[in-house]
Design a protein around this ligand. Structure first.
Ligand SMILES: [Mn+2]
Length: 235
C-alpha cells in the first residue's frame, strides 16, 4: 500500500503562551499541533501532514488523501447563528475559516475525513448543524486525559460499530456538544445521558468522535486511525 498523506489541522499560539520562551520571542506566532494525532496516523501506516493556517486549503487538497480535524477551542457561535454563551475556550475565528474551507475542499474531492472533538463539532457546523455551548458533565478537564470518563453506545449498522463493536469507554474533554444535526449526517454514538459522541455522513466518508482516541492508552491499536488511513489509501 502506498502510504497515504493525511492533512492535520492545528492552531496558532503566541510565544508568550509557551513556558520558558525568551521574552524577545513573545510576540511571534507558533503553529501548534498536539503530537498524538500524528502518532496515531503514523502507527496506522499513514503519513501525517501538518497544515499551517496561512495555507489556502484549495492549494493542497489535491495532494492529500485524507483529512484529520483535531481538537481545540470553541467554534465561534456566530458560525452556527447563535450568540456566545460562554468564554471558557475563546473562539479562534481564523482557524474556523481555515477548517470550514478545508472541509469544503475535502467534500469536493470526496476525501475521507476524521473529526476529533472540536473536529466533530466543525463537521456538524460545516453542514449547517448547531451546538450546545456548555455541557459541564462532559468537561472533565480536572482529570488525566487518559481517564475512562463514560461509556458510549454505537448504532449497530454504523462505521463506528464496525470499528469498535457495541460500546466503548472513552475520555471526555469537551464542554460543547451537538444540538441540531447538520445535513446528511447521522448520530452513531451516544453517551448514557443522551449526549452525541459520534456522527457519520450518510455515505460513510466522514466519521467524527467527540472523545479523544489519540489521548487514550489504547491509541496505538485504536481502529479509528486505521480507518482513516485505509480509506485514504483506497481512494
Ligand atoms: Mn463526552
Amino acid at each position: 500500500m502506498t502510504r497515504p498523506l493525511i492533512g492535520l489541522s492545528g492552531r496558532q499560539k503566541r510565544g508568550s503562551d509557551i513556558v520558558g520562551m525568551p521574552e524577545v520571542l513573545h510576540h511571534l506566532e507558533l503553529d501548534l499541533y498536539f503530537a498524538d494525532y500524528a502518532r496515531g496516523i503514523l502507527e496506522a501506516g499513514g503519513i501525517p501532514v501538518h497544515l499551517p493556517m496561512g495555507l489556502n486549503p484549495a492549494d493542497v487538497a489535491d495532494r492529500l488523501d485524507g483529512v484529520l480535524l483535531s481538537g481545540g477551542a470553541d467554534i465561534d457561535p456566530l458560525k452556527f447563528g447563535a450568540e456566545p454563551e460562554t468564554n471558557d475556550f475563546p473562539p479562534e475565528p481564523a482557524r474556523d475559516e481555515f477548517e470550514l474551507a478545508l472541509l469544503t475542499e475535502a467534500d469536493t474531492r470526496s476525501l475521507p475525513v476524521l473529526g476529533i472533538c472540536r473536529g466533530l463539532q466543525m463537521v456538524n457546523v460545516h453542514r449547517g448543524g448547531t451546538l450546545n455551548q456548555d455541557v459541564p458533565p462532559h468537561a472533565r478537564f480536572n482529570e488525566a486525559p487518559t481517564t475512562e470518563a463514560h461509556a458510549v453506545t454505537f448504532e449497530s449498522d454504523s462505521r463506528l460499530a464496525q470499528l469498535y463493536g457495541a460500546d466503548r469507554v472513552v475520555n471526555s474533554l469537551h464542554h460543547q456538544t451537538v444540538q441540531e444535526l447538520g445535513r446528511d449526517l447521522r448520530v452513531t454514538a451516544t453517551a448514557d445521558d443522551g449526549v452525541v459522541e459520534g456522527i457519520e455522513s450518510t455515505d460513510g466518508r466522514v466519521v467524527a468522535v467527540q472523545w479523544h482516541p489519540e489521548m487514550m492508552v489504547t491509541r496505538p491499536d485504536d481502529p479509528i486511525f486505521g480507518w482513516i488511513v485505509e480509506a485514504a489509501a483506497q481512494r
